[in-house]
Design a protein around this ligand. Sequence first.
Ligand code: PLP
Length: 232
Amino acid sequence: MSAREAFLSLKKQVDVKIAELKRNPATVRLLAVSKLQPVEKIMELRKESQFDFGENYVQELLLKQDSLTDSAIRWHLIGHLQKNKVKQVVGRCHLIHSVDSFELAEMLSRKAADHGSTERILLQVNVGGEATKEGFSVESFKEVLPQIATLSNLELHGLMTMPPLENHAEANRAHFRRLRELLESTRFQVGTHPWNELSMGTSHDWETALEEGATILRLGTVLFGARPAKKV
Ligand SMILES: *Cc1c(COP(=O)(O)O)cnc(C)c1O
């Protein structure tokens, strides 16, 4: 199956599911995770009016952005962002999903101010609580949120999570639900920030994530097939 066929088929399934759940289709976005995939595959979906593409690695995102020069594409950074790469990404992303420390948020705000931009971000929370996963613990998230909300050049759009076992949809339901509850229970702390996005669910568990309120589904394998190995 081509990326185009996979995309059209998946889009149909997502639309059916949204209708079943009686959710508003305008509140759900499909993010095509194109990491390690060639730009040709991005073009294939772009021709089908897909605008949101997600990348994990800063270098790869910048290279693809430069080579495609398509200003309609909304680039999302979903992989871990190192502080020494912050300067390179400001002004280049539609949404950064992976802000996972106060220091990173603070630096993003500062570099965005230098650049004259406002960065749209999500805070990544490790709702499962495993030591090995990236993201804020629930406790540290609650502690620093009020401070992050006051940083001048950030716009807080919501939360992102990546559960420990991607292919255990039912086991992940509790994590997705927890993320939604966190978004709702902290709304009073974020003032005028939009605070309405839940980036959760991948190829294996997007249906469960949709049931639990996901607004951005991050789909890679199901659209593009298996990823080539990362060159090191
Ligand atoms: C790679 C990746 C995805 C996509 O995963 P698939 O299983 O290929 O759909 C989603 N989110 C993050 C953070 C990723 O790194």
